[in-house]
Design a protein around this ligand. Structure first.
Ligand code: GTP
Length: 367
């Protein structure tokens, strides 16, 4: 069976990171997200995928063409010249499918769910599509799915107000479907699977659900991306017996009295100066520079990011080559775009986002 992986969206909620890196390739423990997706599909017996691409397709294609460990997992690319939406993106992939049942996944979900169970469940019913569901504590940011006792879907509620929450089961973004569903999708225009196609199947009584209690998280916002990173570093997903909690590339230079507190992941060519602390659940990409006495905790630093002497980065994301100047404080889910420079002594907090290339003069911002 093949899968369609939807990776054509702009990832607006994860800006400014997604201005430069498609959401499908943001790293978790220094491995591009797509690697986790392929492992997930393979564990469910899927033998190939069509990448449904639109926004920033080239780096995604380059990632797959540069991999020599796909072991027969076949990959095709269907590239949109304008956004076709989540159903339009599936339709656009049709030419690469074999006419049998298929799996469709949102290309931004990290899950340990047993895909074989979802496929089995689908096959045991007359459903044209089976939507996997997962429960979350605060469902208000998601698409809720109400089901009856036979797991027939009877209502979708998109991003409900707190008072309208009737279930904590949400659409997990993993579907099994019959090829007939593709014929229901009009070609050549933007179509949403959640808003147009599933409601039609639901009205015909041909849409069922499968609930998974396994690990699930999407990486669509800075908060959930950071949480997914913490989970992967802590071994909550995809960790075997030999999982390394202190995953430090040997080419990294570590100065005197540096504290590296596991779980932590440091990629090749980093330079960590004396007295710095890399606190638990941090991931440093290739070639990051960490200055003397600085502190990085619970954060993601992408390739080439810099934290100068005495700066503190806590629970935040630094884009590629972003720099936190001397004594700067970047905390509280702040996100720095590629190449931006936070001058000496600034304090960033409360989820502030700085666009790529912006230069903040010293001591100009204090949250
Ligand atoms: P936001 O802009 O932050 O909402 O992110 P997004 O663009 O990724 O949208 P969303 O999270 O709703 O999309 C769910 C999945 O569908 C993601 O994996 C997207 O890449 C994918 N997707 C969204 N829109 C399109 C599209 O027009 N074409 C294709 N091929 N995929 C899409």
């Amino acid at each position: 069976m093949r899968a369609v992986i939807l990776v054509g969206g702009q990832g607006t909620r994860l800006r400014p990171i997604t201005y430069d890196i498609p959401k499908a390739l943001v790293p978790l423990r220094n491995h591009p997200f797509m690697g986790y997706m392929v492992d997930f599909l393979r564990s469910g017996g899927i033998d190939g995928a069509v990448l449904s691409l639109g926004y920033l397709p080239d780096p995604i294609q380059a990632y797959f063409s540069g991999r020599d460990d796909l072991d027969g997992f076949s990959v095709d690319y269907a590239v949109e010249d304008r956004a076709l939406g989540t159903a339009g993106g599936i339709k656009n992939a049709q030419q690469y499918l074999d006419g049998g049942p298929l799996v469709v996944v949102n290309g931004d979900v990290l899950t340990g769910m047993d895909l074989t169970k979802a496929i089995e469940r689908h096959r045991a019913t007359d459903a044209l599509a089976t939507v996997t569901l997962t429960s979350v504590e605060d469902p208000t940011a998601y698409g809720l799915v109400e089901v009856d006792h036979e797991m027939l879907v009877h209502r979708f509620i998109e991003k409900p107000a707190y008072d309208d929450v009737t279930t904590n089961l949400i659409n997990a973004g993993v579907y099994v479907m019959e090829p007939e569903v593709l014929d229901m999708i009009p070609a050549g225009r933007e179509v949403s699977i959640e808003r147009e196609i599933f409601p039609r199947l639901q009205a015909e009584g041909r849409l069922r659900a499968h609930v998974s209690s396994s690990y699930w998280r999407d990486i669509g916002t800075p908060r959930s991306y950071l949480a997914a990173s913490h989970d992967v570093l802590s071994g909550a997903v995809g960790a075997g017996e030999n999982f390394e909690y202190l995953d430090v590339d040997p080419s990294t230079r570590v100065g005197k009295n540096v504290k590296l507190l596991p779980p932590v992941s440091v990629a090749a060519g980093c330079d960590i100066e004396a007295g710095a602390t890399i606190g638990g659940r941090s991931a440093l990409g290739r070639g990051c520079r960490i200055g003397e006495g600085s502190v990085v905790e619970g954060s993601i630093l992408l390739d080439g990011a810099e934290v100068e002497a005495g700066a503190v980065v806590r629970g935040s994301i630094l884009g590629p080559r972003a720099r936190a100047g001397q004594g700067a404080i970047v905390r509280g889910l702040s996100v720095l775009g590629a190449g931006c420079v936070i001058g000496e002594g600034n304090v960033l907090d409360q989820g502030v986002r700085v666009n790529p290339g912006v230069i903040l003069p010293p001591r100009s911002l204090r949250f």
